[in-house]
Design a protein around this ligand. Structure first.
Ligand SMILES: *Cc1c(COP(=O)(O)O)cnc(C)c1O
Length: 358
């Protein structure tokens, strides 16, 4: 038996343990079918049942009507959605809120298809806050925002109002909280942060906006075709979708309200320690702090060796900050247990008492 590890990685990231057990079984024998999940046909009734349950659960959890919205499990990651959104829906101007590297990458792709207007940016402070005022927003095909900024650790606590369609990259906080998903005409998320393993990207789209597609688009990048083909225009990533289904069932059972409350408890414990421990300082403006990705630094970088040694001994892994921010980042996705946060906090307290003894 290996020592228990506390996985704070930003993505791919921690998932509920029973999903590892169930998916392991499915690789040998899916639901007593005699076939492995890795070999069943995506056209088989067995997979069709899995797929339709997963697609229905997404809408059910988001409280969206299946007559109005469609859920798709595509490939190519959230990064493909950066260009697909613009290819399908950007004809004149689109507004983008620039809250970090992922937003900036979305803007870069969108510029290939039309005029990108930066409605606001927090680049002036290395993206350590969420801008609250936006430039004039008339005449936009849509507004794009990133609900949670995985690298910097900021999060929109509420979704701003716009008259236009809102399209959101929710890769790192999808189904982590109970928000009104109907404010979006489209939202997407690479599965590997809070939904399941890498290999599929969830897209939820309001069917009505399909009418806005005006140009000819290669089939694989055309939302209308994916909707018409029930998300099976090409071979769907069968295994990733199965693992997502198992997690969606857990999310449904627990409920977004209770998930949000647990996530808040975990984040509060860690932010509290950051604020009260003389060896650490938070990176983000208090009001914009993410409950998913907590970014912080040592007040004295000379203590990094000792902190990292203590973490290693305690089984804390994956807390190194992204290279563009430095310092540390602890990702507290749904499946991360409160006990793991407590272990990290203990490591931080240990650093403080060692330093104070010196
Ligand atoms: C990880 C991440 C992405 C990139 O996702 P891929 O699936 O690797 O393309 C995009 N946006 C956000 C907010 C992310 O956290």
């Amino acid at each position: 038996m290996s020592k228990k590890l506390h996985n704070f990685n930003a993505g791919p990231s921690v998932l509920p343990k029973n999903i590892f057990e169930k998916t392991s079984k499915s690789i040998l024998n899916l639901n007593e079918s005699g076939l492995s999940i890795l070999e069943i046909s995506h056209r088989s009734n067995q997979f069709k049942d899995i797929f339709s349950e997963a697609r229905e659960l997404v809408l059910n959890i988001a409280k969206l009507d299946s007559n109005e919205y469609s859920s798709l499990f595509l490939q190519g990651g959230a990064s493909t959605q950066f260009l697909m959104v613009a290819y399908n829906f950007l004809y004149n101007n689109a507004g983008y809120i620039n809250t970090g590297s992922w937003s900036a990458k979305a803007m870069k792709e969108a510029k290939l298809f039309g005029n990108v207007i930066e409605l606001a940016s927090s680049k002036d402070k290395n993206y350590n806050y969420i801008p609250k005022n936006y430039n004039n927003t008339s005449d936009l095909d849509y507004v794009h925002l990133t609900t949670n900024n995985t690298i910097y650790g900021t999060q929109f606590k509420s979704i701003p109002n716009f008259n236009q369609s809102i399209i959101a990259d929710m890769s790192s906080d999808i189904f982590s909280r109970d928000i009104d998903y109907s404010v979006f005409d489209l939202f997407y998320a690479g599965a590997q942060k809070n939904l399941g393993p890498a290999g599929t990207t969830l897209v939820v789209i309001k069917k009505e906006i399909i009418k806005k597609i005006q140009r000819e688009i290669p089939s694989i990048l055309n939302y209308k075709i994916h909707i018409d083909k029930d998300s099976s225009f090409n071979t769907p990533p069968v295994f990733s979708i199965y693992a997502c289904l198992l997690n969606l069932r857990e999310i449904k059972t627990k409920g977004l309200e209770s998930i949000e409350s647990d996530n808040k408890t975990k984040a509060d414990i860690l932010y509290d320690e950051i604020d009260n421990n003389s060896c650490f300082v938070g990176f983000v403006e208090n009001e914009d702090r993410s409950n998913m990705n907590v970014t912080f630094n040592l007040t004295d970088n000379n203590n990094s060796e000792i902190f990292e040694k203590i973490c290693k001994e305690s089984g804390v892994i994956g807390i190194n900050g992204h290279r563009s921010v430095g310092g540390y980042r602890a990702s507290l996705y749904n499946a991360l247990q409160i006990g793991s946060v407590e272990v990290l906090v203990t490591c931080m307290k240990e650093v403080e008492s060692l330093i104070n003894k010196k």
